[in-house]
Design a protein around this ligand. Structure first.
Ligand SMILES: [Zn+2]
Ligand SMILES: [Zn+2]
Length: 382
């Protein structure tokens, strides 16, 4: 399929808003304008000479008050490189002949205006997105500030799956991966665990991602269209415009589209949102590799489950298993890190509950064993 068609189809398929499409690069329309330049060269009888490389032309552009002035400078066919050194104000340019066309100005002005419109729109949209991201980050923070952190486990799971999906727009320009992520969430039933408020929060998260994807898709599509249309001009007219026109739009239309365009969605969500949420990895006991239950913090500041440390003590170990600091002998129920224990109960309620169950079973088994029962042998009546 030709690029013009693919481009229009993608804009449609990705549900880009109509008012955005209106302000995008109009590839097909610009292509028609290129044909007019080609026709003009033909009518003037210059096309043949250019095709046979008897003459060689290179563009130099300036823009003043949004009006583009292209100058088409004749250079010797065997010396492309000299044009790079020509500045429009220099006297060197006077030594070169110029070709004045009419239709080329129409094309470049149109392209310049379209690019400017598109950039202006993107700049506004980017500000809106930044607000959306900050707003969502604030909602996550509010959830964490509550004493009873409803659904925090479910959220952690959602974010973990989200990271696994690696929604990176620097490589892919479509919504299908994001839709696959949402479908996967529905399958794992994690969404059905969310209470009313949090379900609303998920809608916001969904909307945010959708908007981000749409923004980046649109931006990337336009970038490709712009590059292609400039290339097309050079290919069809055999005049050289790409280097200097790219320089012109980069210098005059450059705006601050750096925050979002430079990053993948994954990075944005990770930096601004997911990092606020406490991560289980930071609260694991290095001995049993699950959440530190009734955590004891040693003098060296390393922490472990109280039972894991007591078991070590029973084996005659008296040093911290991580740094070999000799503080283990002081381990008792008295030096529980209660603050951390409360924090973990609030932030990892499901993990703590599971660990408590395992812990309680171990204690019961040990007590039974001490009393002479084998807890693993089925009970039978003799
Ligand atoms: Zn442990
Ligand atoms: Zn230590």
């Amino acid at each position: 399929m030709k690029f013009g068609k693919t481009y229009e189809k993608t804009l449609q398929d990705e549900h880009i808003p109509t008012e955005w499409i209106d302000r995008s690069i109009h590839y097909k329309l610009l292509k028609k304008k290129i044909n007019q330049v080609v026709a003009e060269l033909h009518e003037r009888g210059i096309d043949q000479a250019i095709a046979e490389q008897h003459v060689n032309y290179v563009y130099k552009f300036t823009a003043n008050d949004k009006v583009v002035s292209p100058r088409l400078i004749e250079i010797s066919p065997d010396d492309d490189s000299e044009i790079d050194n020509i500045s429009l104000n220099s006297s060197v340019i006077q030594q070169h002949k110029e070709l004045i066309l009419n239709k080329d100005r129409v094309f470049f002005q149109e392209l310049y205006d379209q690019h400017r419109q598109m950039n202006k729109l993107m700049s506004l949209e980017e500000k809106k997105l930044e607000q959306l991201i900050a707003g969502f980050a604030a909602v996550v923070k509010k959830l964490l500030d509550q004493k009873k952190k409803k659904d925090v486990g479910a959220w952690r799971e959602i974010f973990a799956i989200y990271m696994e999906f690696k929604l990176d727009l620097s490589r892919e320009f479509n919504l299908s991966k994001f839709e696959a992520f949402v479908q996967h969430l529905q399958k794992t039933k994690v969404l059905s665990r969310l209470k009313k408020d949090n379900l609303k929060m998920f809608d916001t998260f969904h909307q945010l991602n959708y908007s981000l994807l749409q923004f980046l898709t649109f931006k990337n599509l336009n970038k490709v269209a712009l590059r292609k249309i400039i290339k097309k001009f050079d290919k069809n007219t055999l005049l050289k415009s790409s280097t200097d026109f790219t320089r012109l739009i980069e210098s005059t239309n450059s705006n601050q589209l750096t925050l979002i365009s430079g990053n993948s969605i994954e990075q944005i969500i990770c930096t601004d949102i997911i990092k606020i949420l406490p991560q289980l990895d930071d609260y694991l006991c290095p001995i049993c590799a699950s959440i530190a239950y009734k955590p004891i913090r040693l003098a060296c500041s390393h922490f472990f489950c109280v039972r894991c440390l007591i078991k070590l003590q029973r084996q005659g170990e008296n040093k911290c298993p991580l740094c070999r600091d000799p503080h283990l002998m002081y381990v008792t129920d008295q030096n529980l890190d209660t603050q951390m224990m409360v924090f973990m109960e609030e932030n990892f309620p499901e993990e703590v509950k599971l660990k408590r169950k395992i812990n309680d079973k171990e204690v019961t088994d040990e007590t039974l064993k001490a009393l002479g029962y084998n807890p693993n042998r089925p009970c039978c009546i003799m």
